[in-house]
Design a protein around this ligand. Structure first.
Ligand code: ZN
Length: 173
């Protein structure tokens, strides 16, 4: 396993829709392993392939967040939301591609998602709470959408300007 470099906003790769995965290959398994390691190392609770510069529809997540919780790593290939609850929920979201910026985002409280597992089999599960927010945030990444796209333009522009400045500073070393 290896850590992958996380793509930081603003970057055209974070604005592009990812491509459906045709089949589970060794490369894809390696990608999923690397993404889980990168996510835990960050640390974060979710990571989508475009965030490590791979334009495949794959995401990893683990929202079993408490310190003593047993890890529950999940790998979702070609995930699709097939049902959303009318009830909505507000969470303060962050993103590994937009470090140190957080904002409240409202989304459906529960969602049902289908996906292909690493075993190639189709799975379907209903998510609630933080898991529901996380899976929607990550699926958005696969469609080229970021959580700041839900914010008012002024706030979004402020975050983007700060990120541009951060990237300039990082480039200068
Ligand atoms: Zn994110």
């Amino acid at each position: 396993m290896a850590l992958r470099r996380i793509v930081l906003h603003p970057d055209p790769r974070l604005k592009k829709a990812a491509t459906p995965v045709a089949s589970v290959t060794d490369d894809l398994r390696r990608l999923a392993d690397d993404m889980l390691e990168t996510m835990y190392d960050a640390p974060g609770i979710g990571l989508a392939a475009p965030q490590v510069a791979v334009m495949d529809r794959l995401l990893v997540m683990d929202c079993a967040k408490e310190d003593d919780a047993t890890p529950e790593p999940m790998v979702l290939i070609n995930p699709e939301v097939v049902w959303t609850s009318e009830d909505r929920n507000v969470y303060e979201e962050g993103c590994l591609s937009i470090p140190d910026h957080y904002a409240e985002v409202e989304r459906p409280k529960e969602v049902e998602v289908t996906w292909m597992g690493l075993d190639g089999k189709t799975q379907c599960e209903r998510f609630d709470g933080l898991w529901a927010t996380c899976v929607q945030h990550e699926i958005d990444h696969l469609d080229g959408k970021l959580f700041i796209d839900y914010l008012k333009p002024l706030k979004r522009q402020m975050i983007t300007r700060k990120m541009q400045k951060l990237k300039r500073e990082m480039a200068r070393g």
